[in-house]
Design a protein. Structure first.
Length: 205
């Protein structure tokens, strides 16, 4: 009876041995996935010793296939300069040159409104250009600007409400035309940088 239990336990353990995926076939950079030619090598795993019902038994879990793609000697034995050249030529046949396309049209012009205003002005931040009311200016400014998650969104709303000439919400108390700490300088600098950079376009063949 004990011998029967030991044999049954060994069979169950052998059936439950974990299977290791074959990296030589499906692994990135291994085996035949890129260019072909990877031959998996078989490496035997050592037997495992277990205790079953007070008896010692040895279980053979089988073998695992791994790639020899990183073995220079193995690869050199099956690859050559001619096979590499053929593989390069095959890759060139399927090489596709993507032609440039027209840029998509922005459906939401909120950012372009802010950018256009920044490029249309040249006064520095803090220089008053428009008359503002000083009545509860700081309180109105803090309350109105707290509703926006970014200065760009605040400036957009300010312009859509009649700014910079009108400021019904008190978002531009100093009258420089810039609401809620919005700064046009980065957009102006980007324009000057784009004018200085001249892209090199290769001649068409």
């Amino acid at each position: 009876m004990r011998t029967y239990l030991i044999t049954l336990s060994l069979l169950a353990l052998t059936a439950c041995a974990p299977s290791v995926p074959n990296s030589g076939v499906s692994g990135v950079g291994f085996g035949t996935e890129i260019g072909g030619g990877g031959i998996p090598a078989t490496v035997a795993t050592p037997p495992q010793t277990i205790q079953v019902a007070g008896e010692t038994a040895t279980v053979n879990t089988g073998s695992v296939d791994i790639s020899d793609e990183q073995d220079f000697g193995a690869v050199a034995g099956r690859e050559s300069i001619d096979s590499d050249a053929a593989r390069i030529a095959s890759n060139r046949e399927v090489y596709v040159i993507v032609e440039p396309r027209e840029l998509p049209v922005r459906t939401d012009n909120s950012l372009s409104l802010v950018v256009e205003f920044a490029l249309a002005t040249n006064n520095p931040v803090g220089q008053p250009l428009y008359r503002r009311s000083g009545f509860m200016a700081e309180r109105r400014f803090n309350r109105s600007c707290a509703k926006f998650t970014s200065a760009d969104l605040a400036q957009e709303a300010f312009l859509n409400r009649g700014g910079p000439q009108r400021d019904s919400k008190g978002m531009d108390p100093d009258g420089d035309g810039f609401a809620c700490y919005w700064n046009p300088v980065p957009y102006r600098q980007a324009r000057f940088a784009a004018q200085e950079v001249v892209p090199e376009i290769p001649p068409s063949e």
